[in-house]
Design a protein around this ligand. Structure first.
Ligand code: T4K
Length: 394
C-alpha cells in the first residue's frame, strides 16, 4: 500500500470560498432563491458566452435536461436510438420521456454511437437519435446531421461530458437540435448539481424553458405538461465563480492527461483513448483499453490499483443494454453490439483531476506499466468474458 491517502477517479474543483460570499450575500438580501432569479439569468448569459453558443437554458441536472429535450422532441410512444456504452441516465431519460431506447453499436475508435449502425436501426417508429460525446470525444456530428436531414429525425446530443469541447467549426454543442451538458460535481465544470440545454434556435429555447418550469406561460396559463427542472440561485452562484477559473482547470487537466500519455504510450496491450489531435479537448477523463495482450485483465488491474488506494472506475460497465430493465429489448441482444461488448470488458478510466498529485499519478503509471509483464492466471480475458456474461445474466 502506498501512502498519501485515497485517490478517487475525480476530485471536484472548487472556487475560493471568499469569491462566493458576495454572491451568497446577494441571495440573502434579495431572498430570491429560485425560479429564474437574477443569478441564474446572469450565469445563463455568462455561460452561453463562454461556450460560444446562443441559446442556453440552465437546468437542475443533465438527466432532467435530457428528459425536457426529449419531451420537446415529442418522442413518447416511439423509439430513440442511442448508445449502450454510457451512463445509465442516457437510457433512463428516454424511458422517462415515454419512449423505448434502441441500442446501436459503437465505433471502436471514438467509443461513440456509430452512425452507420444508427441508419440500419431507423424505422417508422424512430422519433429521435441520441448520441453521447463519450468522455468529451466528439461524435461524428456531420454524419448524424446528414441522417437527421435525410430521415427528418431530430438529433439530441447527450453532451454531459462535452463542456467546452470544440472542433474546427467551434463548439460541438452547436450541432444537432439540442445538446445537454452536465454540470455535476464529477464533471469538468461543476455547479455541485446542474445542467444546461443548448437549443438550436430561440423558439426551441423558449419551449425548453417553459417545459423546465411546469409548462407555465404566465400566472394564468399552463400550456404543456412540464416538470420542475429549474436551477437554484445557489447553484448559479457557484457557476458564476467557477467561470473565473475554468480555463486554468482545463489547462491543469491537460497537463495531467499529457503525463498519462507520455507514461503509458508504449505499454503493451494498453490503448489510451484520445480525442483527435487539434480538437478543443476538455480532458474530462483518461480512458484506457486493457487488451488481451496486456499482462492481466482489466478487473485485475482495477484491483491492483485499489490495493494501492487508487480508485479507477469502469466507466461504462456493464453496458446499459445488459441492465435488467433493458436487457430484454430486441436491440439489447449481445450479437448486435459486438464492439460495445468488447469495449465494456476492457475499459478503465484512470483518476484525472486538476490537482492530482504528480507523485501519486506516477504510482498509477508505474502500476500500469508493471502489469504488462505480469502474465499470470488473471490474464485470462476469455475467462473474463464468460464471467461477465454469467454475471449480467444473473
Ligand atoms: N449522461 C451521461 C453520459 C453521464 O455520464 C451522466 C452522468 C448523465 C447523463 C447525467 O448527468 P447528471 O444528471 O448527473 O447531471 C457519476 C455522476 O454522479 C454522474 O453525474 C456521471 N454521469 C457519472 C459518469 O459519474 P457515479 O455513481 O459513478 O458517482 P460516484 O458517486 O461514485 O462518484 C465518483 C467519485 O467521484 C467518487 O468516488 C468520489 C468522487 N466524488 C463524487 C462526488 C459526487 C467527489 O469527490 N465529490 C462528489 O461530490 O456517477
Amino acid at each position: 500500500m502506498t501512502s498519501g491517502g485515497p485517490v478517487f477517479i475525480t476530485k471536484p474543483s472548487l472556487p475560493p470560498l471568499a469569491e462566493i460570499i458576495p454572491l451568497l450575500e446577494e441571495i440573502w438580501n434579495s431572498r430570491m432563491l429560485s425560479n429564474n432569479g437574477p443569478l441564474v439569468q446572469r450565469f445563463e448569459a455568462a455561460l452561453a458566452r463562454y461556450l460560444g453558443v446562443e441559446h442556453l437554458s440552465l437546468v437542475a441536472n443533465a438527466t432532467v435536461g435530457l428528459m425536457v429535450a426529449l419531451r420537446h422532441a415529442a418522442v413518447a410512444g416511439g423509439e430513440v436510438i442511442t448508445t449502450p456504452f454510457s451512463f445509465v441516465a442516457t437510457a433512463h431519460a428516454i424511458t422517462w420521456a415515454g419512449a423505448t431506447p434502441v441500442f446501436g453499436d459503437i465505433d471502436p475508435g471514438t467509443l461513440n454511437l456509430d452512425p452507420e449502425r444508427v441508419e440500419r436501426a431507423i424505422t417508422p417508429r424512430t422519433r429521435a437519435i441520441m448520441p453521447v460525446h463519450t468522455f468529451g470525444i466528439p461524435c461524428d456530428v456531420a454524419a448524424f446531421q446528414d441522417l437527421s436531414r435525410r430521415y427528418g429525425i431530430p438529433v439530441i446530443y447527450d453532451a454531459a461530458h462535452a463542456f467546452a469541447v470544440s472542433d474546427a467549426g467551434g463548439s460541438v454543442l452547436q450541432w444537432g437540435d439540442m445538446s445537454v451538458l452536465s454540470l455535476h460535481a464529477t464533471k469538468v465544470f461543476n455547479t455541485f448539481e446542474g445542467g444546461a440545454i443548448i437549443s438550436r434556435d430561440r423558439d426551441t429555447k423558449r419551449a425548453v424553458d417553459r417545459l423546465s418550469n411546469f409548462g407555465i406561460t404566465d400566472e394564468a396559463h399552463v400550456d404543456t405538461i412540464g416538470l420542475n427542472a429549474k436551477m437554484s440561485e445557489i447553484n448559479a452562484a457557484i457557476g458564476l465563480t467557477q467561470l473565473n477559473h475554468i480555463d486554468d482547470m482545463i489547462r491543469a487537466r491537460g497537463i495531467v492527461a499529457q503525463r498519462y500519455m507520455d507514461g503509458l504510450r508504449n505499454v503493451n496491450g494498453v490503448r489510451c483513448v484520445c480525442p483527435p489531435c487539434g480538437s478543443g479537448q476538455n480532458h474530462y477523463a483518461f480512458p484506457i483499453l486493457v487488451g488481451r495482450d496486456y499482462g492481466m485483465n482489466r478487473d485485475a488491474l482495477l484491483e491492483r490499483l485499489k490495493a494501492h488506494d487508487i480508485h479507477a472506475r469502469r466507466y461504462f460497465y456493464p453496458l446499459i443494454s445488459d441492465m435488467p430493465m433493458y436487457r430484454d429489448l430486441p436491440s439489447a441482444h449481445a450479437g448486435f453490439l459486438p464492439v460495445a461488448r468488447q469495449i465494456t470488458s476492457q475499459i478503465l478510466c484512470l483518476p484525472l483531476y486538476p490537482d492530482l498529485d504528480p507523485a501519486r499519478q506516477q504510482t498509477i503509471i508505474d502500476l500500469v506499466i508493471q502489469g504488462q509483464a505480469d502474465i499470470g492466471p488473471d490474464r485470462q480475458n476469455s475467462r473474463f468474458d464468460v464471467e461477465y456474461l454469467a454475471r449480467i445474466a444473473s
